[in-house]
Ligand binder design. Sequence first.
Ligand code: ADP
Length: 514
Amino acid sequence: MYTRRIVEAGRWIIIANGLAGIVALYRHFFHANNTTVATTLLLFVLVLAGNWGLRYAVAASIVATVAFNYFFLPPINTFTIADTQNWIALFAFLGTSIYASHLASRIREESEEANARRRESEMLYRLGRQLLQPENVAQLFNFIPSSVANAFNSPAVTLYIAEGDRIYLSDPKRISSPRVAWQQTDAPGLPGPSNCVDRTRAEIVRDLREAMMLPVFRPAANGCPTTIPLHIGVRPSGAMLVEAITLSRETMEALSGLISMSIERAEALETSARSEAAKETERLRTALLDSVTHELRTPLTSIKASVSSLLSQQDLDPPSRTELLTVIDEESDRLNHLIEQAVEMAQLDAQKVQLEIQPYRVADLVNPAVERCRTAFPNREIRVSLSATLPKVLADGAWIEKVLANLLENAIKYSPANQPIFVTAEPQPQGDMLAISVADRGAGIDALEQGMIFDKFYRGQSYRDPSQRNRVSGTGMGLAICRSIVNAHGGTITVTSQLGHGSVFTFTLHTVRA
Ligand code: ADP
């Protein structure tokens, strides 16, 4: 306020000096004709109108007219005008100067307004981009007041959401309730913001509810902040109070639309994410139930049948007894394996696994898993080829052996008995990673399934159908477990496969830096 007065006084002084200067110049230094003097004065007035506005220009026009008459129109140094023609010249000067001032100041105002619109559009654009960032509705509600306050340089913004009567503030100490004249309460001698904090929440909510019901926005007036109602569809959903700024009608409408749309978008995203998650949970539940009931029932049925035969036929010959006992032994192992896998998966899902990462020679990870597989499947050929110069890798030995065991078991399950399995390892060209691969010469996996086999409970189409001749028992958990373990090590697991030619499963581990 104080600075504005100083600026104003300064301008009047400049105008007075400018006029005096022009008069003195033509009176004492250049003796030009009256038209030149009038044009110079007119130019001065136009410059004022263009830069400082109509008020200054009109005042300067009047003073310039009087000075022109006094100093330049005969009889000189008097206010009287002898010649009628000079009367006309004088009024023409005054008229031209006021009208030209009006035009110049209108151009100035229009350009200022265009600049203000441009700035507001830029702010809205920036705000719109910011409002796309939050990932859920709660985050967005907390984000809106501070973003609007930042974008429009407002000291306080209050967002009211009708659902649940929720209030979000840009400044936690300040609420811009519509009845509260913040600008005035800040002034000395008047009650401070604590007064507003004293208002009960119910009172504030009542005011905000009223603000929400406004059919259109209400510009800042009488100390009340700018009030912008928010609508979702046609339903009033809340209001926003923006303190100490004046915005054009278009910008307020755009702001209201932008905020409403961002809330609508976040709500829609959340609903769709929730329904996706519900669908996924349902899918997993069904898959788990299918897989577990089927895989549990098969070995249990075999065990039950074998035990019943043993009990009912006490006089069985030794080879038949051994055969039944072998079935019981194998099927119990299968059951055990299934339960082990389910427990591992649950642990990995719950992130309860604590890895004990240590440097390992690749051979020390590969060989035990291969040996165990050779013992379990003595008729299968497993060819291991590991270079002696491989760098050490960082791993939890027990978990990585599980990955290798799963991949080897799959390779054995899904490739013909007379085909060998290959295990190789090589450092990755980029970064400090090493890739370990298990390859088979099986039927391969089609491109569509390659994207799904690492999902929990996914089982290959041709292996899961009980009516299919080549049905292979399994749970669909093995590769999902492998992926969780490898990811926990900071590596990745992938498959390359071609139908009819076999598959190569490759996972990466960090190497020890030399
Ligand atoms: P499971 O073997 O118990 O079915 P996995 O998660 O280990 O479960 O494997 C998922 C699916 O990936 C398998 O059902 C199979 O279709 C496919 N698969 C895995 N390994 C191979 C392989 N070596 N060759 C061909 N298909 C494979």
